[in-house]
Write a protein that binds this ligand. Structure first.
Ligand code: SF4
Length: 397
């Protein structure tokens, strides 16, 4: 079954949250949701990913971080991490904080950091590597520390495909165990899948598994050739179009949300196919989840609604666009996000060059800045993975 051929069930609606709330709690949450979804991305990111460590036992083919087996002594310390969290709370908008790696479970202070972030109002998510460290006891600790969602990487529907990506026989089985542990502790579950030419024909076979695991979100990463992933085969522009179209049709019938990374063209495709102008939820309010992580109606991309902090404190537009705009050891990350030349340029659609710069959809989409950078060295260049011909160029031909 390929993305072009998948048979999908009908009559299902996108997922909402699973926890029942009292009426006052519901209205408090609704008010907070309204504030969160109306965020001004010039002032604050929607999502911050902090690579708490680069240490990881795995050797994944597509690892953005080029993860290492041991922790880097230059990582941000516990004290520095606590101070960083205080600074991030200074955005004043309760951004999502994804504790990522490497394998974040390789840090012994992980749950102290998570608890501090939760206390400071950040909405905390975790992306552990599926190793023996993912036990039910640790998932309980995660929940008690205020972590709302756990995301596992699953790159294929079978051990054969997934383990090949992960560079570790037994990884698929470990992932199944990790998912079971997180579910047993009542943590909301997200699955991340990187799509490239190696697995594109089998990703549709993941759908029944995602449904069985009751994931709240499927986050589909379109390969950016950076880190170890530079050697993997990307999809062509036509294949990007085909898979994004399939994902959009799928999003209408599965009981979980679908999000794309490094493929903001998904918004163009959703609009072309649905006729809607904003977001994916009724009324253009974005997606609301019971775990409080939600999704805004505006696209979140490199430096525009998204910010990445490396294990050594470098602030970058994303983990795939590895250009530093400053270091948290020297400058407040809030200031870097709001005022650095790099972040400001990435949020300015009129600064884009080439086809994206002439596209009438540059505000809504803008292309993957990370892929443009990875393939051309210019983060403002056109995204080579898009086959759309902007109206201005159609008029010329
Ligand atoms: S040309 Fe660029 S801005 Fe326009 S839809 Fe394609 S990627 Fe997006």
């Amino acid at each position: 079954m390929s993305p072009g051929q998948a048979t999908l069930r009908s009559g299902q609606s996108p997922a909402g949250g699973s926890r029942a709330l009292s009426e006052p709690a519901q209205s408090a949450r609704a008010e907070r949701d309204r504030r969160l979804l109306a965020l001004d991305f010039d002032r604050a990111p929607f999502t911050i990913a902090w690579e708490v460590t680069r240490a990881c036992a795995y050797n994944c083919l597509h690892c953005r971080a080029d993860a290492q087996p041991r922790r880097d002594p230059r990582e941000l310390s516990t004290v520095e991490g606590m101070a960083l969290i205080d600074q991030l709370a200074g955005f004043g908008t309760q951004p999502i904080l994804v504790l990522t790696g490497g394998d974040p479970l390789m840090r012994r202070d992980l749950f102290r950091l998570a608890a501090h972030a939760d206390e400071r109002g950040l909405r905390v998510a975790l992306t552990p590597t599926a190793t023996a460290l993912v036990t039910r006891a640790r998932m309980r600790e995660a929940r008690e520390a205020g972590i709302r969602r756990v995301a596992f990487s699953v790159d294929g529907p079978t051990a054969g495909v997934h383990d090949r990506f992960r560079g570790f026989a037994g990884s698929f089985l470990r992932t199944m165990e990790g998912i079971a542990a997180a579910r047993a502790e009542g943590l909301a579950l997200q699955v991340n899948t990187t799509v490239c030419a190696l697995n594109v024909e089998v990703i549709a076979e993941l759908v029944p598994l995602l449904e069985a695991w009751e994931v709240v979100q499927w986050s589909v990463f379109f390969l950016v050739p950076t880190g170890r992933g530079a050697i993997l085969p990307m999809l062509s522009a036509a294949e990007h179009e085909r898979v994004l179209g399939w994902l959009y049709e799928l999003s209408r019938v599965v009981p979980f949300d679908i999000k794309t990374t490094a493929a903001p063209q998904y918004r163009r495709i959703a609009i072309e196919r649905s006729g809607r102008r904003h977001g994916a939820a009724p009324g253009g309010a974005g997606y609301l989840f019971g775990d409080g992580l939600h999704r805004p109606p505006k696209g979140v991309t490199d430096g525009r609604g998204f910010m990445f902090i490396s294990h050594r404190g470098e602030v970058m537009p994303s983990g795939f666009l590895q250009l530093s705009a400053g270091n948290v050891r020297e400058r407040d990350p809030v200031d870097i996000y709001r005022r650095s030349a790099l972040f400001c340029a990435l949020r300015n659609p009129d600064a884009l060059r080439g086809k994206c710069g002439r596209c009438e959809l540059r505000e809504l989409c803008g292309g993957s800045r990370a892929r443009a950078w990875a393939l051309t060295g210019d983060p403002l260049a056109s995204d080579p993975s898009c086959s759309y011909v902007p109206a201005a160029l159609r008029a010329q031909s």
